[in-house]
Design a protein. Structure first.
Length: 295
């Protein structure tokens, strides 16, 4: 069990926090814990659920560090990802079970969830199945069950742009000068950490993750049963020009969730939270700090 009151390094940033390990459900999970050392000033821990192909170091330090200014923030590798052991499953339901095993191993009775892309699908599954575990959830550039996705097409197009310094530039950002500039700044921030960087993922991770995301979006959910089972307050955020998981998904989530707010960011793609990181952090902190509202 993690002690949220225990002292940690004075460099409580994503770039410098030590990578820790904990056993849960037969998996050795890699994670980093950020935030003030005193439980009294931190509130509910915020657990981050990562996007397709991403590891701990794929998070934007500008987002994670700012969110951790006054609350515990936990970034981790789910089963088989990065430095975590186990096999990456090919369904969102199995990924959610692994994520819950990690949260339970930490001894956390209540958490907030921030799920980005594939991580947002996992967050929905957890919130629907473990209502007492999840206080609030933030769903970013993600899709509901049966939602719209263009994963393989968008990936193929991004990797065909050989002039791009990193596939994430065309994947996460639009073609505008402002968005591209923000994308280049994001890429630089993710490269600051040099020592103890997380392990990059290969096909053993990305192939099952792709099947999980595509399966989630191609499997109908009659009557939106899963979304209607989510009673927690939810903040839904999307970029205006997300080509991978289009903005129509955010509208569907907002419409069907019983207690949701919706925010759309202008001139932004799948990485809207990285492009508009200061605004995003402000919105998330306001949402998490507000007293919960009944559905």
């Amino acid at each position: 069990m993690i002690d949220l009151d225990a002292p940690h390094s004075d460099a409580a940033t994503l770039e410098a926090a030590p990578t820790r390990y904990i056993e849960g459900g037969g998996i050795r999970f890699a994670y980093r814990r950020l935030g003030p050392p005193s439980r009294a000033s931190t509130g509910t821990p915020l657990v981050l659920l990562q996007h397709f192909s991403g590891n701990i170091d794929a998070w934007d330090p500008a987002v994670v560090n700012a969110l951790a200014a006054d609350r515990p923030v936990i970034a981790f590798d789910n089963a088989g990802v990065g430095r975590s052991t186990g096999r990456t499953p090919d369904t969102v339901a199995a990924m959610a079970r692994d994520a819950v095993a990690f949260i339970d191993a930490l001894g956390l009775a209540e958490v907030d969830l921030l799920g980005f892309s594939l991580g947002g699908c996992i967050a929905q599954q957890i919130a629907a199945e473990r209502g007492r575990l999840v206080r609030k959830l933030v769903l970013v550039d993600t899709a509901p069950p049966g939602g719209e996705q263009h994963l393989l097409v968008v990936l193929q197009e991004a990797f065909s742009q050989t002039d791009a310094p990193d596939p994430r530039l065309p994947l996460f950002f639009t073609r505008s000068a402002a968005s591209r500039s923000a994308g280049l700044a994001f890429l630089q921030r993710t490269k600051v950490r040099q020592e103890d960087r997380d392990t990059e993922n290969g096909a053993a991770v990305t192939d099952p993750q792709a099947r999980a995301l595509i399966g989630w979006c191609t499997t109908p959910d009659p009557g939106n049963a899963l979304l209607h089972a989510i009673r927690q307050p939810a903040l839904v955020i999307s970029g205006s020009h997300d080509t991978m998981l289009p903005t129509s998904n955010a509208n569907a989530l907002f419409k069907e969730l019983g207690n949701a707010q919706l925010i759309l960011y202008p001139d932004s793609g799948h990485g809207a939270l990285f492009q508009h990181h200061e605004t995003f952090v402000s919105h998330v902190r306001t949402f998490l700090d507000a007293p919960p509202t009944a559905a």
